[in-house]
Design a protein around this ligand. Structure first.
Ligand SMILES: Nc1ncnc2c1ncn2[C@@H]1O[C@H](COP(=O)(O)OP(=O)(O)OP(=O)(O)O)[C@@H](O)[C@H]1O
Length: 294
């Protein structure tokens, strides 16, 4: 590993085991991600555009927002699977969980230096590193801004081509804005697929910037527009949840158990009270529920 690090430092072109399969990525998103037309489009386009450039002018920064169980972590694993030979177990995919790594709110300074060192070290080992920041809503405010120099276009950093990296932030911040629009669209008798990113982009950025527990509270990452794309994940309705259940059943060789699909559907909680359209936990509980009813 040490030899490789030295080589990467000198050559500036180290690609580690980076083996992107863009078609596989697009197909996987299209086929296996339910009810998320915006995430499908935005993630595919952003990744394709980014990978077309041999020397990108800034890193790819994606921020996933939406309710629990709607597919945010799922999409980040799909990305890992199709970008690296060794998929999520690749040593160049780094996952970061604030409650685990940065549990204490009064240690912001210490966490900032640790985060900076960690990103720098990993980028030196591999310019094509992927950094996934899960549970951003638990990140102590002020910590994330230490990443500003890594995310922007202009800063020149010694030795590492930091612009080849991919950053993925994941949080539930902004879910109220997203859920409200999806509900209004439905109540107006329109299709959820009619929703476009421009209907949500500005209000989502504002919500994330103004929310204390978003990891981006008053963050320069938002005000300086360092996020390439904010990706909204829409609340899943009954038909999406049923697709998740059917997939789970088929994986267990029980494709035809419609009784179980119905049992799982009725065992979940839905909002709003008046209408009961959207699953409160998305597809998150499905494997456990299928276990229970099978
Ligand atoms: N839109 C979806 N299409 C297909 N499967 C989904 C979708 N959303 C969730 N799932 C399934 O549910 C599981 C849990 O979802 P996931 O971990 O991606 O949720 P999340 O949005 O990251 O939520 P949280 O904020 O609670 O972590 C996934 O592993 C996947 O199997």
């Amino acid at each position: 590993l040490q030899m490789k690090t030295i080589y990467c430092t000198i050559s500036e072109s180290c690609e580690c085991d980076f083996k992107p399969d863009v078609q596989g990525l697009e197909w996987d998103l299209y086929k296996n991600l339910y009810g998320q037309h915006l995430a499908q489009e935005i993630v595919s386009e952003a990744v394709v555009g980014f990978l077309q450039k041999d020397s990108p002018d800034k890193p790819l920064v994606l921020s996933f927002h939406g309710a629990s169980g709607t597919g945010k972590t799922f999409v980040s694993s799909i990305l890992g699977r199709h970008l690296y030979g060794a998929a999520m177990s690749s040593p160049y995919i780094h996952q970061f969980i604030p409650t685990l790594h940065f549990p204490l709110l009064d240690r912001v300074q210490e966490y900032r230096s640790a985060l900076k060192r960690w990103v720098e070290g990993n980028l030196t080992a591999c310019a094509r590193s992927i950094f996934i920041f899960d549970e951003m809503e638990r990140m102590p405010p002020g910590v994330t801004d230490v990443l500003v120099p890594f995310l922007g276009p202009s800063h020149v950093m010694f030795r590492t081509n930091y612009r080849k990296a991919i950053y993925i932030f994941i949080s539930t911040a902004g879910q109220e804005v997203i859920n409200k629009l999806v509900l209004e669209t439905r109540q107006a008798g329109k299709e959820r697929e009619d929703i476009q990113l421009r209907d949500l982009d500005a209000s989502l950025a504002q919500a994330v910037f103004n929310t204390k527990n978003s990891g981006f509270f008053q963050s320069r990452i938002i005000s300086e527009k360092l996020v390439t794309c904010l990706v909204p994940f829409l609340p899943l309705s009954r038909r999406h949840v049923n697709r998740c259940t059917r997939r789970e059943l088929c994986q267990r060789g029980e494709c035809h158990r419609r009784d179980i699909v119905e049992a799982v559907e009725s065992s979940l909680a839905y909002t709003p009270e008046d209408g009961q359209f959207f699953s409160n936990t998305g597809c998150k509980m499905i494997p456990a529920k299928v276990n229970f009813f099978l």
